[in-house]
Write a protein of this length. Structure first.
Length: 505
């Protein structure tokens, strides 16, 4: 069968593509765009569909397949982060004259998402995306759970009074501003304050506000008013005083669902210090130092040799964090992996994680020259990857004992994660396991959105235990207007392509 459209030499052959796929690719909104496609069999890697397989594409968050794989293999899927607190000073009965030092270890959630069974909770649209897309929701877990556990552990050690200070030791790695969002050694609630607005009882009344985690000196106020059903919901968040004074204004329709917004924690170490002092008070431990203010890192000892460990918090295994990162496309967690890989070499510089990742990709059989990365999330303008490299990364996992666990850590079409809302009634529902990606910016010239990339890469369950690896992506598309719904429409086209690949014989 001839190719469905003329192709320049050397770009591959799409093969017998489902006509529904070619119909999507030929939509008017893609007339200036570039498509890439690759589907391979698991046995031998024979290409079934191939379109520009060795051309660089903007990967969006499919780049997380590289960074999460590297972190998983470097740390080990069973690696647990143990965050200790040391008593530095003299102990006299229940009184410590000195400091309590919390030594941050780069734990992504510090208990803030951990369920009673030890798994990590997530919602299909994570709160980290609340300011960008409608529909983000919160997990029910207490974001201060790990801090509270540390406070209870300190009390259980017999300390009831600290004549000194509480200090967060963040020396495990230095934050790297090239990585955005910025990973920090101590992370509480993804370094965000959650702001949930609910309509009042009737139009004209104040909207209801709840926020978390409640840690001094952060204060939140709202002047949001409830307006008639069907009227616009438009809420603005502004922060002053170093981010600690947060104010919401605007309107919410009487028939609107609760609307989630977030505001950044600007100094995670100071935030964590105050959170622990407040948790200690709840646990019955008095700290004489003022609970708010800068984190006094200059008081930290050179090391903790001979210092008693008075409490510790142990995380779920990294495999659970990988699932969180991949299911919801957790940008902070993906960037954090670069820093954690650097730490395994003894370095405090996050950029030293890239040679670790490079060595892993070489061992995994990924052609590293077909990948360009400046971060772990796929959000840097320099990031590029070919369909072939992404499929090689996916094929690597099929040769390992963790193949099923990695596959099931990806969003599942029509079931969960960022693919939960796509193709819920398709025959392919539950049979595509794939990471999605997006790179979107503004186009002020044409009053629309420039969609640098929408991508998807993962596995197609073809039955009988066969899982084909695949990539599909489009670079250079655009939306009709500035409405983000246009981006979701393109993402749905990519999800449909994955479904049609799975359904095709």
């Amino acid at each position: 069968m001839p190719s469905p459209w003329p192709l320049p030499s050397g770009v591959g052959d799409p093969g017998r593509l489902d006509p529904r796929i070619t119909a999507i690719m030929r939509k008017p909104e893609y007339r200036n765009a570039q498509w890439g496609l690759l589907q391979t069999e698991p046995a031998g890697g024979r290409a079934l569909h191939s379109l520009f397989p060795a051309q660089f594409f903007i990967p969006g968050s499919t780049a997380k397949l590289f960074s999460v794989s590297g972190t998983w293999r470097t740390l080990g899927g069973g690696h647990r982060f143990v965050t200790p607190v040391y008593a530095v000073g003299q102990r006299n009965g229940s009184t410590l004259t000195g400091d309590l030092d919390l030594v941050a270890q780069g734990d992504l959630t510090l208990g803030g998402r951990t369920r009673p069974d030890g798994t990590v909770a997530y919602t299909d649209l994570d709160h980290t995306y609340a300011n960008d897309f409608p529909g983000a929701t919160l997990t029910p877990e207490n974001p201060l759970a790990g801090i509270d556990e540390l406070a209870r552990g300190i009390r259980a050690s017999g300390i009831t009074r600290v004549e000194g200070d509480v200090i967060v030791d963040s020396r495990i790695f230095a934050p790297d501003p090239v990585l955005d969002p910025l990973p920090t050694p101590l992370i509480i609630n993804d370094n965000l304050v959650d702001l949930l607005t609910t309509p009042g009882d009737r139009p004209g009344t104040d909207a209801r506000l709840d926020w978390r985690p409640k840690v001094a000196p952060y204060e939140v106020t709202s002047t949001v008013r409830t307006v008639a059903a069907g009227k616009p919901t438009d809420i603005t968040v502004a922060a002053t005083a170093g981010g600690t004074r947060i104010r919401l204004s605007g309107t919410i329709a009487a028939d609107a669902k609760p609307l989630l917004r977030t505001s950044p924690v600007t100094d995670p170490a100071a935030f964590g210090r105050t959170a622990l002092i407040e948790a200690l008070a709840r646990a019955g431990v008095t700290v004489t130092a003022a609970p708010t203010g800068p984190n006094p890192a200059a008081r930290l000892p050179r090391d903790y040799d001979g210092r008693p460990r008075v409490a510790s918090y142990t995380s779920p295994p990294y495999e659970q964090y990988a699932k969180l990162i991949l299911k919801v496309s957790h940008n902070l967690g993906a960037n954090l992996g670069i820093c954690l890989m650097a730490v395994t070499t003894g370095s405090r510089q996050c950029e030293d994680g890239f040679p670790v990742l490079a060595a892993f990709l070489d061992r995994a059989g990924v052609d590293r020259e077909q990948v360009q990365l400046m971060d772990g999330r796929g959000g840097n303008p320099a990031d590029r990857a070919t369909p072939q490299a992404l499929v090689q990364m996916l094929a690597y996992w099929q040769r390992t004992p963790d193949a099923k666990r990695f596959r099931e850590a990806l969003p599942v079409l029509g079931v969960d994660g960022l693919l939960a809302g796509n193709c819920r009634t398709c025959p392919a529902r539950g049979k595509v396991f794939a990471k999605t990606g997006a790179a979107v910016g503004g186009d002020s010239l044409n009053d629309r959105l420039a969609v640098g990339a929408i991508t998807i890469a993962g596995y197609l369950d073809k039955g009988g235990g066969r899982f084909d690896t695949f990539y599909a992506g489009v670079n250079g598309a655009s939306t009709p207007t500035t409405d983000p719904a246009g981006v979701l429409s393109i993402a749905n086209d990519l999800a449909l392509i994955s479904a049609y690949l799975q359904e095709s014989p």
